[in-house]
Design a binder for this molecule. Structure first.
Ligand SMILES: CCC/C=C/C(=O)SCCNC(=O)CCNC(=O)[C@H](O)C(C)(C)COP(=O)([O-])OP(=O)([O-])OC[C@H]1O[C@@H](n2cnc3c(N)ncnc32)[C@H](O)[C@@H]1OP(=O)([O-])[O-]
Ligand SMILES: NC(=O)C1=CN([C@@H]2O[C@H](COP(=O)(O)OP(=O)(O)OC[C@H]3O[C@@H](n4cnc5c(N)ncnc54)[C@H](OP(=O)(O)O)[C@@H]3O)[C@@H](O)[C@H]2O)C=CC1
Length: 268
């Protein structure tokens, strides 16, 4: 199956009555998630720092979509808490998708203390602050959190020590919150996309490196934003009602790493 063969599977109204916050909804994976949740009938609040790209997501969804763009830096804990309260009081909250994130690629010895802090603040501290702010609203709706992680989060990768440390923290937090909040009916999961060919990845990584990563994927191709979006919608929908505390890899087997091959060339 190629990415072009992908077909959405959830019923058209699977998320009617839902209210979901999606961070980083103005580009790449976050935009695909926002558009899919809207198409399934959810109300979506898209969060990011740039108004233009967030508003473009709304235009792409069409005039009938229940979409609001909210400009906010997720690293500003007070602003994020106020935003969550505003949305929660007005519409309730059945889902939170912590997708905003990213890093620069550098060896550990080239990461300054400020560089480390910047990446950990975005990919871990901000996720904790917004998730904690959402808890009362998610408890009221028995809602779900989806945290965007990275396929190599459990096995390491070169040039990503800061980001992987932060995402490993999010994974641990995901499991802890799944336990702490399970009794309140709140589910918390992580997704591990493999290489997703978004413009942001092209900006940050060298094209030959990306091509090599994709060539090494056991299923032979990159992950599409639409595939990540469908899985996110599944986890928020009642179909995911018994799934919590998990890291779900959506990477064509990339997290398995370079195979140990005891049979030589013919063994693969
Ligand atoms: C398998 C798939 C893999 C994953 C794919 C993806 O995630 S796709 C991609 C998804 N999208 C993205 O990844 C988005 C792209 N990334 C970003 O937008 C930003 O890197 C950021 C948001 C992570 C930090 O933003 P910010 O505004 O908070 O940061 P700032 O500019 O104020 O700098 C703070 C410190 O960092 C330092 N520093 C910066 N670059 C480098 C470098 N190359 N080298 C070393 N250091 C670097 C900088 O020098 C400064 O330290 P100093 O000098 O004061 O000691
Ligand atoms: N592309 C890939 O191969 C993979 C990506 N991922 C992860 O998926 C997520 C999305 O990646 P992708 O779509 O490729 O990248 P993008 O850079 O396109 O998406 C990141 C989004 O987060 C928003 N964002 C960044 N910083 C902040 C902030 N401080 N406050 C609010 N919003 C912020 C950005 O909007 P704005 O700039 O307007 O704030 C942007 O819309 C990231 O967490 C990424 O690490 C995981 C696996 C693979």
């Amino acid at each position: 199956m190629t990415a072009a063969d992908f077909r959405p599977v959830l019923a058209q109204d699977a998320l009617s009555g839902h209210s979901v916050i999606v961070t980083g909804a103005g580009s790449g994976i976050g935009r695909a998630i926002a558009l899919r949740l809207l198409a399934l009938g959810a109300r979506v609040t898209g969060v990011g720092r740039r108004a233009e790209t967030l508003e473009e997501t709304g235009r792409m969804a069409g005039a009938d979509a229940a979409y609001a763009a909210e400009v906010c830096d997720v690293r500003e804990a007070d602003a994020v808490e106020a935003l969550v309260a505003r949305v929660g009081e007005a519409h309730g909250l059945t889902g939170l998708v912590n997708n905003a994130g990213g890093q620069f690629f550098a060896r550990a010895e080239d990461i300054s203390p400020r560089g480390w802090q910047a990446v950990v603040n975005l990919n871990l501290n901000a996720v904790f602050a917004i998730t904690r702010a959402a808890r009362p609203y998610l408890e009221a709706s028995r809602g779900a959190v989806v945290n965007m992680s990275l396929s190599p989060v459990e096995r390491g990768a070169i040039g990503m020590s800061h980001s992987l440390a932060a995402r490993a923290g999010v994974l641990a937090m995901t499991r802890a919150l799944a336990l702490e909040w399970g009794g309140q009916g709140i589910r918390v999961n992580c997704l591990g996309p493999g290489t997703v060919l978004t413009p942001a990845l092209a900006d940050e990584a060298h094209a030959p490196h990306v091509a090599k990563l994709v060539a090494g994927v056991p299923l032979g191709r990159a992950t599409s934003p639409e595939e990540v979006a469908e899985l996110t919608a599944f986890l928020i929908s009642p179909a995911g009602a018994l799934m919590t505390g998990q890291l779900i890899q959506i990477d064509g087997g990339a997290h398995l790493g370079v195979p140990v091959n005891m049979l030589g060339e013919d063994g693969a």
